[in-house]
Design a protein around this ligand. Structure first.
Ligand SMILES: *Cc1c(COP(=O)(O)O)cnc(C)c1O
Length: 431
């Protein structure tokens, strides 16, 4: 390799395929092997002791780390432009571990009102039972984030593109509010993926993902990821004990002092994942890493197909409105042009003139679309949130989250767009 080669920073497509992976040193296997093992043999007693004391990096037990999962962690961290990643069992597990690392009972965090319905439930119920109090703010009114800040605020949580309403959040403006409050900004980048949007470039300190969706991309594995941007100074106000106080679990080391700009990822692994336990299986890590190899191709096709479908839907007599930030008429189009210039992803919501009944009729009559509760599959997916994912929310919360009774959510797949449109026409015109 020449010097020029060594210094080249690989592009996104190259990283999606190669980041984190190399041929297996013992067998030469080119694809990353599935290290389907619970535990790893120590070289000797001293080696074991240094691993347990965090004086050396290495494999101990798959709940804490696994080589197949490590490839996935390095790959997503590289694509997001972070310092380190931590793979966990689901997107929701990622959110639990992040908050448990940042908050103690009685603390608060500010969250955008426009979030995935599952996250709204998790924050309102499970997190409250842990004593972590959510304070909701409106992404359409940035001052609501500023006025929500109190001395107990420990973090701000938003989605880049919000599920399901097609809302694009002003990451940079909220990042400034977080910096002023000296709390980390957490961005759920599930719907955009780093191919469409890189939250760290706009001030995110932590990025979380449901790998279940576009990163895995094929609807076959549940998984989650935490990416540490390495940007936050955990020691400044001494308000994050997991990071800036001596840890009794590890003979008094201070994680931020020892691990610097990847201390947050380390804390999530050696305290959060170790003690709470939602580890990702190596088999799922293998499937998801393989999925990521084609992420750029898939996301571009998802976005191009979705824009074609959204444009077609706006011309249909059965359709009252389409919420998709790729449409020039959309409320969030200018934010989308800033944050997602290559395309606006696969997910949109559609308001039907016929209300609840028309939503039920559409999901019942499509054939190519699958009626199910997921997004980010190669296949086109459809759901009526009011009767499913958002059913547990109050009517006001449903409308707030962009999931009123007339709303149908589509996740446009990578099939031929003519077939997707023909199928929607079938559903819309069914008797
Ligand atoms: C699905 C989803 C989650 C939760 O992820 P799981 O992998 O299902 O636990 C979180 N945020 C967003 C935006 C999602 O779409």
């Amino acid at each position: 390799m020449t010097m020029a080669d060594a210094e080249r920073i690989p592009g996104f497509n190259t990283l999606a395929i190669h980041a984190g992976a190399k041929p297996d040193p013992t067998t030469g296997a080119r694809a990353t092997p599935i290290y389907q093992t619970t535990s790893f043999v120590f070289d000797d007693v001293d080696h074991a002791a240094s691993l347990f004391g965090l004086q050396a990096f290495g494999n101990i037990y798959t709940r804490i780390g696994n080589p197949t999962c490590a490839v996935l962690e390095e790959r997503v961290a590289a694509l997001e432009g972070g310092t380190a990643g931590l793979a966990v069992a689901s997107g929701h597990a990622a959110q639990v571990i992040v908050m448990q690392t940042l908050l103690v009972p009685g603390d608060e965090f500010i969250a955008s009102k426009k979030l995935y319905g599952g996250s709204i439930n998790q924050f309102n119920h499970a997190f409250k039972s842990f004593g972590w109090n959510v304070v909701w703010a409106d992404p359409d009114d940035l001052s609501s984030f500023e006025t929500a800040v109190t001395p107990k605020t420990k973090a701000i949580f938003i989605e880049s593109i919000a599920n399901p309403g097609g809302v694009v959040t002003d990451i940079e403006a909220i990042g400034k509010i977080a910096r002023k409050a000296n709390v980390p900004l957490i961005v759920d980048n599930t719907l955009a993926t780093p191919y469409l949007c890189k939250p760290i470039e706009y001030g995110a300190d932590i990025v979380v993902h449901s790998l279940t969706k576009f990163l895995g991309g094929h609807g076959n594995s549940i998984g989650g990821m935490i990416v540490d941007a390495g940007t936050f100074n955990w020691s400044r106000d001494k308000k994050y004990p997991m990071l800036c106080e001596p840890r009794p679990e590890y003979s008094g080391i201070v994680l931020h002092e020892t691990f610097g700009n990847f201390a947050f990822a380390i804390a999530c692994r050696v305290l959060g994942l170790r003690d709470l336990g939602p580890a990702l299986s190596p088999f799922n890590a293998f499937l998801i890493s393989t999925g990521i190899e084609t992420l750029p191709l898939r996301m571009q096709r998802h976005s191009d197909n979705a824009l074609a479908v959204a444009t077609w839907l706006t011309q249909r007599p059965e359709v009252a409105w389409v919420s998709y930030s790729g449409l020039p008429s959309d409320k969030y189009h200018s934010l989308a042009q800033k944050y997602c210039p290559k395309g606006c992803g696969a997910v949109m919501t559609v308001g039907l003139k016929g209300g609840y009944d028309a939503g039920v009729k559409l999901v019942s009559n499509v054939k190519l679309f699958s009626h199910l509760a997921n997004i980010g599959d190669t296949r086109s997916l459809i759901i009526h949130p009011a009767s499913t994912t958002h059913k547990q929310l109050s009517d006001a919360q449903k409308v707030q989250a962009g999931a009123g009774p007339d709303v149908v959510r589509l996740s446009i797949g990578i099939e031929d767009k003519e077939d997707i449109i023909a199928d929607l026409e079938l559903g819309l015109t069914a008797k």
